[in-house]
Design a protein around this ligand. Structure first.
Ligand code: FES
Length: 124
């Protein structure tokens, strides 16, 4: 577990070297007892983190862990019904949950380490 704070805690989920390729991701457990996971991606040097939970029916996006991008590498895709999401915003731009968004998480890089903020609201 990471540092405790008023709003949540920062959890170490991996290191920079796992995000070398443009479509690479880091998948991490938020609460294993609830089958709740998240993922971090890197685009243009910036990090983005989301809860691995499709707004359509709550499925995790990936069937194969970490396989989150469509064949173009441009969009995140939900494996269940094919909704596609902008990686930088989490907004659904095609599919059954159009205009809804993935739940974004705060993410930070400290030297080589990557942390996400786990808010209490995620664990309810
Ligand atoms: S569960 Fe993701 S598109 Fe239906």
């Amino acid at each position: 577990m990471g540092d405790q704070s008023k709003s949540g805690y920062w959890m170490l989920i991996g290191t920079d070297d796992r995000l070398k390729r443009n479509d690479s991701t880091i998948i991490f457990d938020i609460d294993r007892s609830k089958f709740l996971s998240g993922f971090v991606i890197q685009r243009g040097g910036d990090l983005y983190a989301y809860v691995n939970h499709c707004p359509h029916n709550g499925s995790r996006l990936d069937w194969v862990p970490g396989d989150l991008f469509d064949e173009t590498g441009k969009y995140l895709i939900c494996a269940t019904h094919g909704a596609i999401f902008e990686p930088e915003t989490g907004k659904c731009v095609g599919g059954p949950c159009i205009n809804q968004t993935l739940i974004q998480m705060n993410v930070k890089r400290d030297q080589q380490n990557i942390y996400v903020e786990v808010l209490p609201s995620l664990l309810l």
